[in-house]
Design a protein around this ligand. Structure first.
Ligand SMILES: [Zn+2]
Length: 457
């Protein structure tokens, strides 16, 4: 533990210098989606690589990906007995518009009321920087890191990590490790230690029901011809019942009911007041589960859009020629996205009312859910380190959203992926006035010091 103490003291004593370096990092406008920033993207990659070299990583390079470069570095000085971690993050940021809604320049970092304001302060340069600073602290105080480290900092996360999957596949050995750590997520409340141990998967499709070849006069044909909007309404209603249970055959195959342990963990999370934040008078949830359990840990089925027929002012007495609905599902572990997509398609095709033709378009982007056992020692140690640094008991959450890189790393390596996020709900990721609290910066680094110390040798 002496090791941890010295590293923490180093971070405290050198806080000003570290913040100055973070400012420099945040000053580089590494917007990945806009080709006007191509040079800046490269500068941010170079900055990341230089920092890793300065820290003492024995190998660091900029890997060409076909898009923006990926920064890769290796440290193997902890010896053969020590585990190897792959640390993933991204140095690219979201665009800043609308610029006029920023209270200070997004690329001139400014500290106000204990928060540092800049694009990327939380997502993800700030959190990447915290990890690098902690590696620096170990090197400076002990001359080595407690474990071997591989670093993968990409420049395309905000544009869907276009080239990452193929790079990982091509260089499978190079990126291989015992476990992965990612700091690119947040806590449920400011300074409330949070372990994100499950992410949902995703799939979807679009269904169009076609009736007559053109819109028809409802007086002349109503009663003889199937109305595609009505048919679509019946079809959609056949896919989920009033108990919010999805009634597509085989949809829940492989989904385990929530265990008492999971229910307990979910119960510990101070849930959002859905009625207050959404404005609805009543919440709904799958029979047998409350709203929090359903959003966090059970699969969902949503119609995201529906259109067809006359949408203009007043009345138009027609039987429309077609109607379309867009459908997506959030999946949990045990569900294969491709199989679910096929089940939805089959259900639709088998339930098309006579007199309507169906066209199904499958969504291309789909992903599997990710879950790591909350009792896994690497997770339990993370929870304990959070508690030590933040002085508060850690809560365990699953999230309705998806992070593609997690799914890819899981499918390629099948190793534990630990999401050590420090963001807060007020960080305004992707929005004007993105910021990150300096208090979380300090406590987050302290957590990381404890963690590397705990999992290393
Ligand atoms: Zn991010």
């Amino acid at each position: 533990m002496a090791l941890a103490k010295e590293a923490i003291e180093y971070l405290r004593d050198n806080r000003e210098g570290l913040l100055k370096r973070l400012h420099e990092y945040l000053t580089i406008p590494s917007v990945s989606t806009d080709s006007a920033y191509k040079e800046d993207i490269r500068n941010a990659a170079q900055f990341t690589k230089d920092y890793l070299t300065d820290i003492g990583f024995s190998h660091s390079e900029m890997m060409e990906t076909g898009g923006h470069p990926l920064v890769y570095a290796e440290y193997d000085g902890a010896g053969k007995e020590a585990p190897t971690v792959l640390f993933y993050g991204h140095y690219d940021v979201q665009p800043v518009d609308p610029l006029e809604e920023w209270d200070s320049d997004p690329f001139s970092p400014e500290v106000r009321d204990g928060r540092i304001y800049a694009r990327g302060a939380s997502d993800d340069k700030g959190q990447v920087f915290m990890n690098l600073a902690v590696f620096e602290a170990f090197m400076k105080t002990k001359g080595k890191l407690p474990l071997n480290v591989k670093v993968c900092i990409e420049g395309e996360e905000e544009i869907g990590s276009e080239n990452l999957y193929s790079i990982l596949q091509q260089h499978k050995e190079k990126f291989a490790s015992d476990f992965v750590v990612i700091s690119d997520s947040g806590m449920v409340e400011t300074n409330q230690p949070t372990i994100l141990y499950g992410l949902k998967g995703f799939t979807g499709l679009e269904v169009t029901l076609k009736g007559p070849k053109r819109d028809l006069h409802s007086g002349m044909y109503g009663g003889a011809v199937r109305n595609p909007i009505m048919a679509l309404a019946h079809l959609l209603a056949s896919m989920k019942n009033e108990d919010e249970v999805i009634t597509v055959d085989g949809f829940y195959d492989g989904v385990k009911p929530l265990s008492d342990e999971e229910r307990k963990l979910i119960g510990q999370v101070e849930g959002e007041d859905y009625r207050k934040t959404t404005g609805v008078k009543e919440t709904v949830s799958e029979k047998g589960y409350d709203a929090k359990e359903h959003t966090m840990a059970r699969p969902t089925f949503e119609v995201n859009g529906i259109y067809g027929g006359y949408q203009g002012e007043g009345t138009k007495t027609i039987i429309p020629s077609e109607a379309t609905a867009k459908i997506t599902c959030r999946l949990v572990s045990g569900q294969d996205p491709d199989r679910i997509q096929q089940l939805l398609k089959e259900h639709i095709e088998n339930n098309v009312p006579a007199g309507a033709e169906v066209v199904v378009k499958l969504e291309k982007l789909s992903s599997r859910a990710y879950i790591v056992e909350p009792n896994h020692p690497l997770i339990q140690k993370a929870a304990a380190c959070y508690e030590k640094a933040f002085g508060k008991e850690t809560v365990f959450v699953q999230m309705g959203g998806s992070i593609p890189v997690v799914e890819w790393l899981d499918s390629i390596y099948n190793i534990p992926i630990i999401l050590l996020g420090f963001g807060t709900p007020d960080d305004r990721l992707h929005s004007p006035n993105e910021s990150f609290p300096l208090d979380s910066f300090d406590k987050g680094m302290e957590t990381l010091v404890y963690y590397w110390n705990e999992v290393g040798i």
